[in-house]
Structure formats: structure tokens, C-alpha cells
Design a protein around this ligand. Sequence first.
Ligand code: ADP
Ligand code: MG
Length: 246
Amino acid sequence: MMPITPTLTNTAFAIDMENMVKTYGSGSTAVQAIKGVSLAVRPGEMVGLLGPSGSGKSTLLQCLGAVINPTRGRITLGGEIVYDNGWRTKDLRALRRDKIGFVFQAPYLIPFISVLDNVALLPMLAGQSNKHARERALELLTALEVDHRAYAKPSELSGGEQQRVSIARALANKPPFILADEPTAPLDSERSLIVMQLLAKLAEQYQTAIIVVTHDDIIIPRFKRLYRLRDGIAHEEQGQGLPFPD
Ligand code: ADP
Ligand code: MG
């Protein structure tokens, strides 16, 4: 008799995307950005998502994060089927707020509140006391070396500083899933590595599942596993998994 070997079920993955298709528009102007992509990320794992410009990386992250509607396929997050040829999760806003940390290419900070409150806002909305949320926010701003700007307005910060604030904001709720779309694009090499190291630590400490879209040659060799998008299809690759410098 064949030995029974345990197989990975959906619940072994934090993020599981199966056969996802995304078509923008319809008729003669339709663009099939994603043509049937499957990918999965384990709890505590940080994978890279590579691919040339226009290959569908941002589209894929936005579908995963319930920012835009996929056309078809299945998405399972933390063992829960959230999309199966239609959204299965009723409260997508709560899903985005409580479960998913987004880091976009542009920081999208709220201009009229302080840097500190930009980071503390989501935890406050999720029910944490203002004091606790601000303490946690300051901790993250310190880790990202931008705490000296905590009480400034976003517009008073440089582009790189704003991006670090947006990363702190994505981490503030300790979300189980982080989706980062070229998070280090506006940063210098040293800061890019600090940010990636912080994400890697977070993955390990909190078993966060992280997908990072990047072109950055400093970052790419750090991943143990990668997906490369080409013509709307994803190919899995083994990465070098280089350690971060001390
Ligand atoms: P990447 O992030 O890899 O550069 P995108 O996901 O932004 O790629 O885009 C993938 C494809 O989908 C491209 O052909 C792009 O022009 C198209 N696309 C992206 N967003 C839209 C949109 N809102 N409407 C129509 N086409 C879009
Ligand atoms: Mg993009």
C-alpha cells in the first residue's frame, strides 16, 4: 500500500491564488492583464514578484488585496475563500483594513494629519486606544528612522521619508498579509535593505505572508522564492536567499 503523505491543502498557505484571470475593459478594447495565474505564500514567507513593466504585477496585487475585482479564479486568504468567481467575503473594507497591509509605489499619505497619526490611524479605526496606537506608530517610525518627523505633515517630508512612513503605516496593524508594490523604488540602497530586512523580520516574528513586487537588484537576491510574471502567466523560481547584512 502506498504511504499516505500529507499534501498541502489550502489552509497550509496564507495566500493562495488559483487560476486568476483579470481582463480590463471589454470587446475590442479588452486587455487581458492576467491570464491564469496561480501562486501561494506560506505564513512567515516573503516572496518576490518580478516581471517587466506591464506584465500585470500591480494588477495581481490589487486583485489579491480586494482593491479591484478579478475577472475569475479563486483567492484564499488564511484558509478562507474570499473570492471564487465572485467575492465570497461580504465586508471587503474590513478585509482590507484588518488583514492586509499595502505598500504602494507612491505613499498616498493623508496630507492634513501628522505623520504619526497617518501611521496610528488604522489601528485606531480597528479599535486600539489612541495612546497605544500612537506608541506603536512611534516604534515603527523609529525602526524606519523617520521618528524625528513624527509631528510634521507629510508634505514637509522628502519622497524617501514619505515612503518609509507609508511602510510603517502598512505594518501598524500587524496584518497577516502584506502586499508591497515596488516599496523601495524611491529609497537609496542602504534604506532599501533596511526596509526589506524589517519586512523579513516581521514575516518571521508574526508569521506574516508577504509579496514584494520589485525590480531592485539589491533586493532580488534576498528572496528564497520568486514568481516571474511574463505575458500574464507566473513562473515560480528558486531565489538565492542571501542573508541581510548585519
Ligand atoms: P505592471 O505593474 O507589471 O507594470 P500592470 O498591472 O500595471 O503591470 O498592467 C498590466 C496590463 O494591464 C498593462 O497592459 C496595462 O496597460 C493594463 N492596465 C493596468 N491597469 C489598467 C486599467 N485600469 N485599465 C485598463 N488597462 C489597465
Ligand atoms: Mg506596477
